[in-house]
Design a protein around this ligand. Structure first.
Ligand SMILES: Cc1ncc(COP(=O)(O)O)c(C=O)c1O
Length: 410
């Protein structure tokens, strides 16, 4: 195919004249292709899909009912701009109840069309060319990508098991710190499933003051915290002076496709976010905001969802341990992040997580997501489709049987 006349016009940030010519295949595309191939080559073999990072159920019936009512109300038809007060008030009440965080609904909360666009827009609030955003890896890269779109630079902080998957803030060189404006955190962490501690957050707040930077804490998975009360960054004294927390109804309320979340915390940063956002979109459909407000008022929804994913993770940990994996229950999220096998008892070796993941999907129709940014790991998501506990157990039994046959070596 010959180049279009505008081939030279593409922006540097997406590859300039090379846009569309890159032959490198990205991780998630590789997984998709391998999945298609496994299904085509082995139609008789069930695909065991631990690769999906999306809830497997629809939003609660009660929330869908509110949506059905709100969609027919003429007052909900127009531009929502920076959001309706009903949603902001529901957020403030929820943040108080769920996390003990007090917020002024009018000034310290702003909705977003999911947390992904919020993370994409926040660099627009602070980043000038040359400024640095501190990112943790492995992690959700969106704020880093947009930092680079603005001419900024990212500095990666590896998350390692020996540091409980908390970044070593003291390891950052002085010249990087001098240019750093944003520290992006994500707890419960995706993909490691690690939790932050209050002590860590206190250190983060001191660090932000000392180095004059702001904190963006991605709380997309916060409602999926197991075994302890979920810890919001904003519940720690002084957090509101240094940053914001980004929340979402996607994971904790089975509302992935609805596209609704919020930014809350420091009033000035929330205001600046709302200004940037106002220049990007015209707000989420008001009916969705009102249905989301109804969801936020019903604590039984996240309680039920959390219990399901916790149960599924417990079953998966038992199976993987039994097959030789060195893993334990994550503190939160619906992911299990575990060291990748180095090979198989039969002699096969894997250079990295990606090679192990490709082997599992190609040869045994077990889909996982490899992460090699900070050591070779595999991520198993428990968002697979299973109608009931018996179906979950059958899937676990099949997983155990396939993995035991191949005898992974670590
Ligand atoms: C860590 C993390 N943050 C943010 C998001 C974005 O979620 P949403 O835009 O659906 O709120 C995701 C989605 O996978 C995620 O894993």
């Amino acid at each position: 195919m010959s180049d279009p006349y505008f081939q030279q016009l593409f922006a540097q940030r997406i590859g300039r004249a090379n846009y569309g010519k890159d032959t490198e295949i990205y991780k998630f595309e590789k997984i998709k292709r391998a999945k298609r191939k496994a299904l085509a080559d082995h139609p008789e073999r069930q695909l065991i899909d631990f690769g999906i990072g999306e809830n497997d159920e629809m939003a609660d019936e009660s929330v869908r009912r509110v949506m059905a009512e709100e969609i027919n109300k003429p007052e909900n038809r127009g531009y929502a701009d920076n959001g309706v007060i009903e949603f902001k008030e529901a957020v403030a009440a929820f943040m108080q109840r769920a996390y003990g965080v007090t917020l002024d609904a009018a000034t310290e909360v702003n909705h977003s069309i999911g947390s992904k666009p919020a993370l994409a827009m926040l660099p627009g609030v602070f980043i000038n060319p040359g400024d640095v955003t501190l990112m943790t890896v492995p992690g959700y890269p969106v704020a880093g990508t947009h930092t680079k779109y603005y001419g900024g630079v990212t500095y990666n902080l590896p998350l390692l098991a020996e540091s409980n998957f908390l970044p070593e803030l003291d390891s950052i060189p002085g010249d990087v710190l001098a240019k750093a404006k944003i520290l992006v955190l994500c707890y419960p962490n995706s993909p490691t499933g690690a939790l932050a501690t209050e002590d860590f957050y206190k250190r983060v707040i001191d660090f932000a003051h000392k180095h004059q930077l702001i904190v963006v804490q991605d709380a997309a998975h916060l409602l999926l915290t197991f075994d302890q009360k979920p810890l919001s960054f904003l519940s720690v004294d002084g957090a509101k002076e240094v940053g914001v927390e980004v929340h979402s109804l996607s994971k904790g309320f089975d509302m992935i496709g609805w596209r609704i979340g919020w930014v809350c915390g420091n009033e000035r940063i929330v205001q600046a976010f709302a200004d940037v956002k106002d220049n990007c979109d015209s707000g989420q459909f008001i009916a969705i905001q009102k249905a989301a407000a109804a969801a936020l008022a019903d604590d039984s929804i996240p309680t039920r969802i959390r219990a399901k994913y916790e149960r599924r993770l417990q079953k998966l940990v038992t199976v993987l341990k039994d097959c030789g994996f060195d893993c334990q229950m994550p503190g939160g999220s619906y992911f299990l992040y575990t060291p990748s096998p180095k090979g198989l008892a039969g002699g096969e070796t894997f250079a990295d997580g990606e090679a192990a993941s490709q082997y599992l999907i190609t040869e045994h129709s077990i889909c996982t997501v490899p992460w090699d940014d900070a050591g070779p790991y595999l991520r198993f998501s428990v968002t697979y489709e299973a109608v009931d506990e018996a179906a979950e157990d059958a899937l676990m039994a099949e997983t155990a049987s396939r993995l035991k046959q191949i005898q992974p070596v670590f």
